[in-house]
Design a protein around this ligand. Structure first.
Ligand code: SAM
Length: 233
């Protein structure tokens, strides 16, 4: 299957296993992952954030409830909220989530903005789990005809050790632990030497970590995102 489907399936499998109630997808783009997640009964609040508000609006239709969604009576209450905003900025409505995903986003940020992203996501939003994916540059030589980056808008592509260094520092700074995995296997037993096409870090907040305890009404109560879509199922 295409790589983006494998990435989304990875998140779906994680959701099936861990049953989060509040899930946010940062850089949700065409809302494809959100459209898959809306069927998962554990989720009560599903949030998407993207800097490109027009893109969200254009793809929002599949998120609206289908008439058939109402035929089967269910106790499943789902609230979906989409915001236009930058992951380099804080918004108090994104705090206290069980799971935050950010698939193929960080490589679109400048390195100073990756630092902002790290402190916003891990230090401020401070969710229980975070899933981050980004291209593995070591795999690029297996991609036919590729010269340079995989996409013109990429600001960098990290090898496994660069991704690992960033992730380990984030964990030390903000009280998380991380496991590394990926999707898109290389041919002929090259997994060890090359790695996955897409590298993925799965982060868990450490118990007893004091992050995420800012009181409402404090100066951290900032709202920098703009709501572009909001619906209750
Ligand atoms: N997550 C989707 C996926 O895996 O298919 C889309 C990935 S797409 C390559 C990157 C997305 O990140 C784009 O929709 C882009 O608008 C968004 N983006 C880029 N910079 C951003 C920022 N600073 N804040 C929020 N979203 C951003």
């Amino acid at each position: 299957p295409p790589l983006h489907l494998q990435r989304h399936q990875f998140v779906v499998d994680f959701v099936r296993k861990t049953k989060p109630k509040k899930v946010a997808d940062l850089g949700c783009g065409e809302c494809k992952l959100l459209k898959q997640l809306k069927f998962h009964r554990s989720i009560e609040l599903l949030v998407g954030v993207d800097i490109n508000g027009a893109k969200i609006k254009k793809h929002v239709h599949g998120l609206a409830p289908l008439s058939t969604d109402y035929l089967q009576p269910t106790n499943h209450q789902l609230h979906v909220e989409l915001y236009q905003g930058s992951v380099t900025q804080r918004d108090a409505r994104l705090r206290g989530f069980d799971l935050v995903t950010s698939m193929e986003l960080i490589e679109h940020l400048t390195l100073p903005d990756v630092e902002h992203f790290s402190s916003v996501v891990f230090g401020y939003m401070s969710p229980a789990s975070v899933i981050i994916s980004t291209p593995n540059s070591e795999f690029n030589r297996l991609l036919p005809g590729l010269t340079g980056f995989r996409n013109y808008d990429h600001k960098f592509e990290w090898n496994r050790s660069q991704f690992r260094s960033w992730a380990v520092k984030v964990c030390l700074d903000h009280g998380y632990e991380v496991e590394f995995t990926g999707v898109g296997e290389p041919p002929q037993n090259q997994l060890e030497s090359v790695g996955f096409c897409t590298q993925i870090g799965v982060f868990h907040r450490l118990k007893g970590s004091s992050h995420g305890n800012v009181l409402p009404g404090s100066e951290d109560e900032v709202f920098s995102y703009t709501s572009v879509y909001s619906i209750n199922y």
